[in-house]
Design a protein. Structure first.
Length: 263
């Protein structure tokens, strides 16, 4: 914990003081390398939070890509962002959080209001624009976080809306790629179910408690696993595509949690 306090004061804060205005300038000038500084930010964040990230596979290339992922903790964003140039889809509440909303906007995060049907269309158009410009977009397709070992059903609404938005943007075929985030070890030892509260955002605990647990907790080993992409064609069935990619993510997650997958 002392190391993290010193790291925060003497490394992380000075880093942010330099990077935040630079990234704002990069976005204002619409420079093509806008994702370079966010990637560096997440790498520094992994050091600060004690995340040891192992990557399996890579984001698909060659066509617009929607990465559909499971969701365990806010640290998922740090882990994924440290190994891939991506933008994220996040719930609208985050846009009101001090500092967090600013950092999210600096990475072109797309906010979705799940309480309004009209919000889905706006979100899809934003996703479509980013993907058409060559940026892979990460969608936490469960719609909420869970403790990690198991997967909740994926929601097909945003995937279908993104499909429609891509067609409007002129891209008739989109990659939909499974992305599994598995927290496999704490301080080098397998994670027990009771220790999941040191990683996941458990609903019975406040965000403040969760942050304290993560900052004061041991080193966390994370596997970020990119599966085989599937083609979501112009007239493809969104529900079938959603179910297929959900099964892919589930298989990756179970394999990594059991230590049976390549890493």
């Amino acid at each position: 914990m002392i190391f993290r306090v010193l790291f925060f004061i003497f490394v992380f804060v000075p880093f942010l003081i330099v990077v935040i205005p630079l990234q704002a300038l990069v976005l204002a000038l619409k420079l093509p390398f806008w994702n370079t500084l966010p990637r560096l930010f997440h790498k520094v964040g992994c050091l600060f939070l004690g995340l040891r990230v192992t990557v399996v596979g890579a984001p698909a290339e060659g066509r617009p890509t929607l990465l559909t992922a499971n969701h365990t903790s806010w640290t998922d964003i740090i882990a994924i962002g440290s190994v891939a140039n991506v933008a994220f889809v996040a719930k609208s509440e985050i846009s009101k959080w001090p500092f967090v909303s600013m950092m999210a906007n600096l990475q072109k995060t797309i906010f979705v209001d799940r309480t309004r049907r009209s919000g889905t269309g706006r979100t899809a158009r934003a996703m479509g624009k980013l993907m058409a410009d060559g940026t892979a977009v990460v969608l936490f397709a469960e719609g909420q976080s869970n403790i990690g070992p198991h997967l909740l059903p994926f929601r097909s609404a945003l995937i279908g809306a993104a499909q429609h938005a891509m067609q409007e943007a002129g891209a008739h075929d989109v990659n939909i790629q499974p992305l599994a985030i598995a927290y496999t070890k704490l301080q080098g030892l397998p994670v027990s179910r009771n220790e999941r509260s040191l990683i996941a955002w458990v609903k019975s605990r406040s965000l403040k408690q969760n942050i304290r647990d993560i900052l004061g907790g041991p080193v966390k080993h994370v596997v970020v696993s990119f599966g085989t992409p599937r083609l979501l064609a112009e007239k493809g069935n969104r529900k079938q595509a959603t179910l297929a990619v959900e099964q892919d993510v589930r298989a990756l997650l179970v394999a990594h949690n059991r230590g049976h997958a390549r890493s």
